[in-house]
Design a binder for this molecule. Structure first.
Ligand code: MEV
Length: 436
């Protein structure tokens, strides 16, 4: 076991690699050469990557794909996607093509409030504190004027501050609940900076007040932080068509397909095991766009899954209805994202993705991301209730299995025809390579 290392971050890249290599990679030249191969030859680009994180010794590449023909609110988009899962983009492209001819996706942003909290402990009269917050709400908002100036000029800022009494759930625990509109930025840093100023001023104002006993003034600020639960920052997308326009799919009639599809959605609404997988299919598309556009996919994932549980049980995020012969699917999710700030004007690939999407406002990007999630959901469930997921999935995965077993270019070319009607797995690929 290596000794604990102090000051690792101060070492040069070469020294960091030597230390890692000596202690964890058996001094392997091969691993060092991989780290070097994945460095960018363009020094400017590499220096951008180096500055994004700490202890950077190389880059980690993922495929950057495009899904064309994506009709959202009557506009044709070309979607940039970053994902390592072989079948995701192919499935999405089929789905978007399918819905293109049926009117495309309709999407709207329903609300756009983000929140943050000052979490604190207070031992005193709750009503007096509530009155105090109502009386001082404007002063607290004004205390952030210097940093909210630009956001206010763009139409955003802090809309209100209220006291939330949580002392029944946790002794002495209260929150200042602060609502924000961050316009086109995700706004995490903005929100956190505002909250820290508000907490400081709250403490000072309370201390200067003559309406509280000395013991009541001794509040303890526990922390000031935005919430990634954003149930007031909601977008909804849908697609619909006549059942007959679904066309016969994989050997079943459009009516049989519609009913089976709806059954699959209904199962995801009542069964947690299925709901999680159903929602994972939605996130396949959502995460891929979040990453390509430089958004915080961890924040969105956390918020969306909490939203899926907001009725007391984890449920499906999407729903399917069949009313008067109209087949409709709908996805409603919280989505706190940005199209300015963060790495949007730093990372060249993120800039390119946003340019591909015609530099959207955050509302437009919310519409795009939600529609991609719904399209991905449709593609997955369509396969599940017809041919099964493995057919398309393994077709895309075949190339990975071939490369893993060192197939030649010629063998790779022959493999597609050979496996058209055969099972694809490690053994069958091995057998094929032995024969060819
Ligand atoms: C695989 O990445 C996603 C699916 O499991 C989603 C689903 O089951 O709906 C196919």
């Amino acid at each position: 076991m290596p000794d604990k290392i102090i000051g690792f971050s101060k070492l040069s890249r070469d020294k960091k690699i030597s230390w890692v290599s000596k202690n964890f990679l058996d001094n392997s030249i091969e691993f060092e050469s991989i780290l070097n191969k994945y460095l960018n030859d363009d020094k400017n680009i590499q220096s951008i990557h180096n500055s994004l994180s700490e202890n950077v010794i190389s880059n980690f590449h993922l495929p950057y794909s495009i899904s064309p023909n994506f009709l959202i609110n009557n506009k044709n988009y070309c979607i940039p996607l970053v994902t390592e899962e072989s079948s995701v983009v192919a499935a999405l492209s089929n789905s978007s093509k399918f819905w293109y001819d049926r009117g495309g996706f309709k999407s709207k942003v329903l609300s756009k409030i983000k929140t943050g909290h000052v979490h604190f402990k207070y031992d005193g009269n709750a009503e007096s504190l509530e009155k105090f917050i109502i009386e001082n709400e404007h002063r607290l908002i004004e205390s952030t004027d210097r940093i909210t100036k630009k956001m206010r000029e763009r139409g955003g800022g802090i809309s209100n501050i209220k006291l939330v009494n949580k002392s029944k759930e946790l002794k002495s625990y209260y929150q200042l609940h602060v609502d924000f509109n961050t316009i086109d930025s995700m706004g995490a840093n903005f929100i956190n900076s505002c909250l820290e100023i508000i907490s400081k001023n709250f403490k000072e104002l309370l201390n200067d007040s003559s309406k509280f006993k000395e013991s009541e003034k001794r509040i303890e600020i526990i922390m000031s932080i935005l919430s990634n639960y954003t149930p007031e920052c909601i977008v909804e997308s849908s697609v619909e068509c006549k059942i007959d326009d679904l066309s016969d799919i994989d050997g079943i009639t459009s009516k049989e397909f519609a009913l089976k599809f709806k059954n699959a959605f209904d199962i995801a609404n009542i069964d947690i095991s299925r709901a999680v997988t159903h929602n994972k299919g939605i996130m396949n598309g959502i995460d891929a766009v979040l990453i390509s556009t430089g958004n915080d996919f961890r924040a969105v994932e956390a918020g969306i899954h909490a939203f899926a549980s907001s009725k007391g049980m984890y449920k499906s995020l999407s729903e399917c209805t069949i009313i008067d012969n109209i087949f409709k699917i709908k996805l409603k999710i919280p989505l706190s994202i940005g199209t300015i700030g963060g790495i949007t004007d730093i990372h060249p690939m993120v800039k390119l993705s946003l340019k591909l999407l015609e530099n959207p406002t955050s509302d437009k990007l919310m519409n795009i991301i939600c529609s991609v999630g719904l399209a991905q959901n449709f593609a997955a469930v369509k396969s599940l209730v017809t041919s099964g997921i493995q057919k398309g999935h393994m077709k895309m995965h075949l190339i990975n299995l071939l490369i893993k077993q060192n197939a030649t270019k010629d063998q790779i070319n022959k493999a597609e025809a050979y496996f058209k009607d055969r099972d694809i797995n490690n053994q069958s690929v091995k057998d094929f390579l032995d024969l060819n």
